[in-house]
Every structure is written in C-alpha cells, then in structure tokens.
Design a protein around this ligand. Structure first.
Ligand code: ZN
Length: 61
C-alpha cells in the first residue's frame, strides 16, 4: 500500500475552494478530506490523476 507523505493541516482546499479543518497538505497546497477521499477512491491514473495535477499546476503559477 502507498504511504502518502502528507501532513495534516488546515486551509482552503485547492480542489473545492472551501475552508475545511480536515485534510492534507501537498507541496504547500491544501486538499480537504472530502477531496482527498475522492483522490484515493479514484484510480490514480489517466484522468483523475491529471485532473488533480492540473489543479496543482494552476496554483503553482
Ligand atoms: Zn475539497
């Protein structure tokens, strides 16, 4: 099983733009627990993965 090197923190989610208390921080970007679950439930391949990667790229500009 994958061990995600994420640390738990608070912040506005980069996926849904809502401030949540539960979630993970990836490269200084916060993803709430809800969106994190979607990431985990969806296969990390093709569409779902690139969707989140594009979200991350958008914020790193
Ligand atoms: Zn979210």
């Amino acid at each position: 099983m994958n061990q995600y090197p994420f640390t738990y923190s608070k912040g506005p989610c980069i996926i849904c733009d809502e401030s949540k208390e539960d979630g993970v921080r990836i490269n200084h970007h916060f993803i709430c627990a809800h969106c994190e679950k979607e990431m985990i439930h969806l296969p990390i391949s093709a569409n779902s993965y690139s969707y989140f990667v594009q979200k991350l790229k958008k914020l790193s500009c």
